[in-house]
Write a protein of this length. Sequence first.
Length: 218
Amino acid sequence: MKAIRWVLCGLLLTVVTGPAAADIKKGSSILAIQLTEGAADFIGPARGGYVGAYDHSEMGVQVQYWNFIAEGCAVNLSGGIGHFAETDKPGSTAAAGDQDFKYTQTSWQARVGIDHVAHLDDRFHLFIGPGIQVWNGKAKFEGGPAPVGPAIETGKTLRVALSGRIGVHVRMNERVGVFGQLGHYFGYATAKDKTDKDAKATWWPSGHDGAAGVAFTF
């Protein structure tokens, strides 16, 4: 979250520079392309007939669309993908036959919400609002200590969450600006082992997320 916080600080500083822009009114739209970071939820490989849940950080990209149904209220739609990859190489004391251990995770997410927007001036806008997020992801384990078996892919996790956020939109000119937010979610997650469908985990995760990027007004 530190990277997103620094970006948001930068967005706040830009409010004192640049030309004024036209007002955003009812019927206006904003399309943003953003870098994202957040928490991902997975199950590990089945052991003794059970699977266990764990969380991990992830980064990604998303597209976000705002439509103003009133001057101070906007419907928000967003969707994107997330990813993380790690490679651990065996050291000099590793056993013969040990291989690089590789861990990867992939996900997608979609969110719909509604934001209350405060127009502080023609260029600087604060917003806050709730939404519903659907998130889906899986992880993969490969290599490691000998004897090395086949790669293990976890079952997919489905997470449905209530998501709240607060952020800023700063316009550099009439059409182009920057858009960033910080948020938190509380949700319900469920996942089944990929091979043993009876091995299942359900839990109530929560976590932070954030996004920042360029925005286009039309």
